[in-house]
Design a protein around this ligand. Structure first.
Ligand SMILES: Cc1cc2nc3c(=O)[nH]c(=O)nc-3n(C[C@H](O)[C@H](O)[C@H](O)COP(=O)(O)O)c2cc1C
Length: 391
């Protein structure tokens, strides 16, 4: 089948094609294919890859001199639209095959690629160490120009016997869809602390050793303007969040009122910003969703733990989610790992519903927006955000 996008996965298991890591990669395949992504798996044990000899000549010359299969595999990763690093857990870490593959990648290790792409980290254990191993692999995606949209982990006591198979499969489906969506959207997540630390540390190191051992790395940083600043390095600009002084004023007044009531020993009715007023002040769907936590009615939520994801299309194109847990509501950019409900809506439709210009139920029946997941969560929205900020 022809696919629009290619995802290359490296599998560090010696159980070529029949191991648990191969099986878990296969769980991703159907959902990726549905989304137009072909999955190519490179099983390291089927290739000739020598140990790194530690000469570090690659930092000077730009590539490793050992003539084996390693270079070709990295070239495939760099050319791919998405990258997956996967390994079973061997003594609480990746296998020797995977570690050797990573060690041999030093020529790329200090060179941020000219374009970042989404990736996944995958690890299977018999019961211990899969989370740390996946985290390690997630951090190393950067070597191949990728960043993690998620980690897929599982435990399997014997071949194919996954603990909680259904949950693993569901997680695999969700992550595959999210990976494909991230590729289509050319998504970048907000830079992490690890990105910043790497930039600061590596920028200094490469600069200090520019005339000797790291001169090839230095040329790469210079050519791509990476020394110009962190945002160039990470290839995204920090978005200015809309700042509404009225919302801030309302917050401050509420905090003062709460404080005074507490000192007076009184229980006061906490004044809430209604979602209608949040909606009224919002001129974009993003502003509206950002302001939703202010309109959240904690008492209506009870013990609800739920994640509402919004896939906004049209002139505004973004993903965000509202996380409701422990009586609070938080706004996050980007997709959720396991949303309870996903609302696919053009930005202007949701904004019009929130402002009362469009009836939410009628808009739903007319297919102006669609909903995936737990429909009952959609029905709860009006009580959680009283006013008119929801369907
Ligand atoms: C040498 C060796 C070391 C292992 N170390 C661990 C370990 O530290 N923790 C664990 O839970 N499983 C460990 N296992 C079990 C494998 O992680 C587990 O069987 C995994 O599902 C194998 O995946 P695969 O079939 O893709 O190779 C180890 C297996 C071997 C052969």
């Amino acid at each position: 089948m022809d696919h629009r996008f290619t995802i290359v996965a490296v599998n560090g298991s010696p159980h070529a094609g029949i191991g648990n890591t191969a099986l878990i990669l296969d769980m991703l395949r159907p959902s990726l294919a549905e989304q137009g992504c072909g999955l190519e798996v490179v099983t390291l044990c089927e290739h000739e890859i020598e140990y790194c000899v530690g000469c570090a000549l690659c930092m000077e010359k730009g590539r490793c001199w050992i003539p084996d299969d390693h270079h070709g595999i990295v070239e495939r990763l760099l050319a791919a639209d998405g990258v997956i690093l996967s390994s079973p857990v061997y003594f609480l870490h990746v296998t020797a095959q995977m570690k050797t593959f990573l060690d041999r990648s030093l020529a790329w290790g200090h060179k941020p690629r000219p374009s970042w792409k989404p990736g996944l980290a995958v690890s299977v254990s018999a019961g211990m160490g899969e989370t740390q191993t996946a985290e390690y692999l997630a951090g190393l995606l950067r070597v191949y120009g990728a960043f993690p949209v998620g980690r897929l982990t599982a435990m399997a006591t014997s071949p194919g016997e996954f603990v909680g198979r259904e949950a693993v499969e569901a997680h695999a489906r969700n992550l595959a869809r999210d990976l494909a969506q991230a590729i289509r959207d050319k998504r970048r997540y907000p830079a992490s602390d690890a990105d910043l630390r790497f930039y600061q540390f590596m920028g200094g190191l490469v600069h200090r050793h520019k005339d000797a051992i790291m001169n090839h790395d230095y040329a790469h940083w210079e050519t791509h303007g990476l020394f110009n600043g962190f945002e160039t390095y990470i290839q995204q600009r920090s978005e200015e969040t809309a700042y509404d002084p009225e919302i801030r004023k309302a917050w401050v007044q509420e905090m003062i009122a709460r404080h005074k009531a507490k000192r007076a020993g009184k229980k006061t009715e906490v004044r809430k910003t209604s979602s209608a007023s949040a909606a009224g002040q919002a001129s974009t769907c993003r502003e509206l969703l950002e302001a939703m936590p202010l309109a959240f009615d904690r008492s209506a939520a009870g013990g609800l733990d739920a994640v509402y994801q919004f896939d906004v299309s049209g002139a505004e194109k973004f993903q965000a989610h509202l996380e409701i847990s422990g009586g609070t509501c938080r706004y996050h950019q980007g997709p959720a790992v396991a949303p309870g409900v996903v609302i696919h809506t053009p930005g202007e439709v949701w904004l019009a519903i929130a402002k009362g210009e469009l009836d939410g139920r009628e808009a739903f029946m007319a297919g102006k927006y669609t909903v995936e997941g737990d429909l009952s969560l959609l029905l709860k929205l009006p009580s959680l955000f009283p006013g008119r900020a929801s369907a």
